[in-house]
Design a protein around this ligand. Structure first.
Ligand SMILES: NC(=O)c1ccc[n+]([C@@H]2O[C@H](COP(=O)([O-])OP(=O)(O)OC[C@H]3O[C@@H](n4cnc5c(N)ncnc54)[C@H](OP(=O)(O)O)[C@@H]3O)[C@@H](O)[C@H]2O)c1
Length: 298
């Protein structure tokens, strides 16, 4: 099987490259925007006709949620039109597509986990462009693609909430973190492994949800990051106190869902894979990453 991974320099793309199942006979090409811009249809068509993949895994996206509010054309180009272009060109050469989407397609008004079939109602430009991307993928592939929605992704590689919190903990005596948005932190490594599992199941199509297990607020997540960092010696026992604050006390350009926990039971069953609890994943990520990866220069 020949596999093309797009967005390979991002968090998920990088973890996909790190977790290629050992001994697998697959031929894998992993490319980021400088080699393959998914919005450039003739380049995408060229890649497809030259490499002739059997499977395309789209880890490319515009993920700057707040910047997207003032840069909606580019967010739409990548998350909507780019996803559609990749889906169309993959279909042209008979390749299956695994596409990745987000919990931010939901409005967060629910108080129990969102199932894949629940009605999306995005609240931000990012969420709307990702939802439009899902629809474009369905249209271009006649519903044959597999889409995996995930949430609150972090990795030792790339930019993410744990690294921001570690930086702020080294800079500030006190930190306020939002306590009224609930979701599930998800280690990109576990997500990547789930995607590799999905790669071996060509019968899977439609929408699945995959996150680590459990749920918490950004405040809980920040406190856990501080505790784990102290435990593994990344931070000296710090005097920084983390305080819970409301979303209204931390206004951002993009609205976020207050509750975006995803119901992943179908995917755990279909992929025959149990997720780690988010707290265990966080510990594993922090104990296996190097300090250089986690502690971004202040
Ligand atoms: N991060 C999260 O918390 C989160 C939550 C829910 C769902 N997701 C979804 O999970 C997937 C992976 O996210 P991630 O966190 O790994 O994102 P990421 O770290 O931002 O990586 C995305 C990669 O795509 C590249 N890219 C941007 N525009 C491109 C284009 N036109 N053509 C090809 N590549 C392009 C980016 O390059 P540049 O960096 O140079 O732009 C980057 O290397 C995405 O579909 C995202 O929507 C993420």
């Amino acid at each position: 099987m020949k596999i093309l991974i797009t967005g390979s320099a991002g968090q998920l793309g990088w973890e996909l490259c790190q977790t290629i199942p050992p001994g697998c006979p697959w031929i894998i090409e992993a490319v980021d925007v400088d080699q393959l811009d998914i919005t450039n249809e003739s380049d995408v068509a060229g890649w497809m006709s030259r490499f002739k993949p059997d499977l395309v895994i789209n880890a490319a996206a515009y993920t700057a949620v707040d910047r997207a509010e003032s840069d909606s054309d580019q967010a739409d180009r990548v998350n909507h039109l780019g996803a559609g272009c990749l889906a169309r060109q993959a279909t042209q050469v008979g390749a299956r597509l695994i596409h990745v989407s987000t919990d931010f397609v939901f409005d967060g008004l629910q108080s129990h986990p969102y199932r894949p079939q629940d009605k999306p109602n995005p609240m931000s430009v990012y969420g709307r462009t990702k939802r439009a991307g899902e629809q474009a993928v369905i249209e271009a592939t006649g519903g044959q693609a597999l889409m995996i929605r995930t949430a609150w992704v972090y990795s030792a590689h790339g930019h993410n909430f744990p690294k921001t919190i570690l930086r702020l903990l080294r800079q500030r005596p006190e930190l306020g973190v939002v306590c009224d948005q609930i979701g599930t932190p998800t280690w990109a490594k576990g997500l990547a492994q789930a995607i590799w599992q999905a790669a071996t199941k060509p019968e899977l199509r439609g929408i699945l949800h995959w996150t680590d297990a459990g749920a918490c607020s950004w405040y809980d997540f920040a406190v856990a990051i501080q505790e784990e960092a102290e435990q593994c010696g990344l931070l000296a026992a710090t005097a920084t106190s983390i305080k819970p604050i409301g979303s209204e006390d931390y206004p951002l350009p993009a609205s976020r869902p207050a509750y975006s926990v995803l119901d992943c039971r179908d995917s755990y069953r279909l992929l025959d894979r149990q997720p780690s609890h988010w707290r265990r994943s966080l510990r594993q990520m922090m104990t296996t990453a190097t300090a250089g990866q986690l502690l971004v220069a202040i």
